[in-house]
Design a protein around this ligand. Sequence first.
Ligand SMILES: [Zn+2]
Length: 270
Amino acid sequence: MSWGDTFKEAGNWIKETASDIVKVVTDVYNKVKEWFNEEVVGRIKQVCEWFKEENIANKPQLVTDGKIYINNSNSYKNCPDTVKNKIKSKTFTAKEKKEINEVIEKYKPLLKCKNHPLQKIARTDKAITKNGTCIAESDTMGEWLADQNALILTDSASTGLDFKDSSKQFRGTVAHEISHALMNNFDPRTCSTYKNELKNPLMQEYQKISGWDKTGTTLTETQKDKAPTDYAKTNPSEDLSEATMLYLYEPKTLKSQSPKRYEFLKKLFN
Ligand SMILES: [Zn+2]
């Protein structure tokens, strides 16, 4: 074989190999294009969402044993087992999980402390009300059990009257309850825990700007700044929870109802 033949053969080999490579690359490209259909894009988005959620430091855990916290809470220690046994634990639906995660994402600026009290979020069908006697009832939408570090959401969490849309109502309920958890006996600005809300500088400041007296018993509304909802008139902590719910889900309403509350929360959430 002459040098010329060798070169010719080498040339052919390169040509064939190159066309093989082009073929392989084209095949891979087509396969990848096929894989990247909507379903795959959807999955990638899901993974990104998951990563974003898991990335929140000190994120509360979604648990499935809600009944235990109600049963163990000091709030209901005198309630008979016959009433406690009427409460059933439930698991969160995928939709509820997504909605809770959305609220938690909004609360990110207030979740910076490792020692914040909101450790668990749980789901039950009903709650207990103590009005002299203990009753298992389905009116309570949610409850913060401070001694259990657990927030309970019930079947009624999405059926309130604050918002027409039930999904928005559910998120509003979560926002309301998380406000109790993170701001009543705790100051997320300084990571400090207090025996009660009257001792909490955050609550003291809120009472001052919202028109509550120092003991938290009398609310004085002004022409410009009114209670955000009727329920907010119950006490300062309900006032703050209602205001926070509106700040996160109906900011325009809060701003027009009470610019002072709106500004307070804007500063807190930034
Ligand atoms: Zn409340």
